[in-house]
Design a protein around this ligand. Structure first.
Ligand SMILES: [Mg+2]
Length: 104
């Protein structure tokens, strides 16, 4: 898959790509523990934090990508239409007051 093709993928297609790859590699052979899957996503963010801390800018981007890959995989496994969910929540956020009505 070339970078040009990836650049034109929508969220639904990225979800399918990431989930299909995880299935192909055996990560969905047994019923997934959703709590564990969520914590693995947090682990990728922790890895990004460590990369930021040591100023490893290239690996920081890799870990952010890992985070999205795990999120898309989970969305695929749970049949979540993430485009629709983001659209709904972004519209709700758009209507909220400045700083969501908080002072800081
Ligand atoms: Mg990682």
């Amino acid at each position: 898959m070339t970078e040009t093709i990836m650049e034109n993928m929508n969220l639904q297609q990225l979800t399918k790509l990431c989930h299909d790859t995880a299935v192909e590699k055996g990560f969905w052979d047994q019923k997934r523990n959703i709590g564990e899957a969520l914590m693995l996503i947090v682990t990728e963010l922790a890895e990004a934090m460590e990369s930021h801390r040591v100023e490893d800018h290239d690996n920081f981007k890799v870990e952010i990508a890992d985070t999205f890959i795990r999120l898309f995989d989970l969305c695929g496994g749970l049949d979540i239409d993430i485009t629709k969910e983001i659209e709904k929540k972004a519209a709700k956020n758009k209507k909220r007051p400045y700083k969501h009505g908080k002072i800081c």
